[in-house]
Design a protein around this ligand. Sequence first.
Ligand SMILES: [Ca+2]
Ligand SMILES: [Ca+2]
Ligand SMILES: [Ca+2]
Length: 345
Amino acid sequence: MKNAQNRWINSKLSTPPLFVNNPLIKSFINNRLITYIRGVFFFSEAKEMDCEKKYQKKIVICVIVLFLTSLIPGVLGYSFDDYFNEEENWAILVFGGAHGHELRFRNTTKHAYETFKDLGYDDDHIYYMHDVDSSEPGVDALSSKTRVHQSITGWMRQNSDENDNCCFYFIGHGGPAFSERTFQIGIWNITFQGWDFIFPEELNDWIDTVMCNVFTVILDSCLSGGFIKPLSRENRIVITSSPKLWDSFALSQECAFSYHFINKLAEDGSYGEAWMYADREQLNLTNPEIPDYPFFERLGIILALKTTNPQLDDNGDGIGQGRFCKADELPTGGDGYLALNTYPV
Ligand SMILES: [Ca+2]
Ligand SMILES: [Ca+2]
Ligand SMILES: [Ca+2]
């Protein structure tokens, strides 16, 4: 059963058929086909009604004019998509791997998956990658850099079109990539028993291949703010649990940022509302959520959580918003308008 599922997944990840991306065919389908069909029906109805020759002539002229104007993009505004193209939502969830904190990462990714399901996503609209356990409910594949790459440039690119919304949600470790002079997120590759790293520029290149309405990237990892500048684009929301030079922290059972963020999404919050909620709730931390460590360790965690600083950019200028030790309200600094109005469903 699992092998059959894997074969199906592999087929989901294959390159899209040529016609999907052929601009000429897409343009014909989107802009012209409906017009031609309407013209032909119009003409055949007139013939059936057996109207006078002079009217038939006028109808032929009308159909020709209709045909010619339909060649000018956007003039008639009747689009195949307007009638038949659903607005769909696609999500990729990645549990990048644990190095310690396994339970928290695992719980967080599961929490995200179950919330997306409760919100109405079916398994055909979620691609869920897990670091070591492919038997977890809903898991499509074990995480690897290749899988992440293929899930975006294959599965998501093949499925999404211009009126759909996409989300890439990463939960795991992040840090500096000194040799590349940038930042990275880590993907544990169980086959090779080692870490793969994804850099912001390549993640951006992969996401750029996806056609959609709004693309939301959520990164819950240390130093994830380092991804904001390279990922920033128009119609793209970039949400990170921390700025580029600060860590992200965990509660007793889950990653702190995502725990609150996902809880707000579950209450039908938008991505922007969920970001504000997570920012505020981390500052309002209550003791039962803190791991049951000795006093000074607990104190350290409380201080760490109170200095968390989630970031958000959605206006494409490469600059994220979010202040240390302060609950931020959106919109601010030009960001937040898109995120406040974009929902997972
Ligand atoms: Ca669509
Ligand atoms: Ca910005
Ligand atoms: Ca803040």
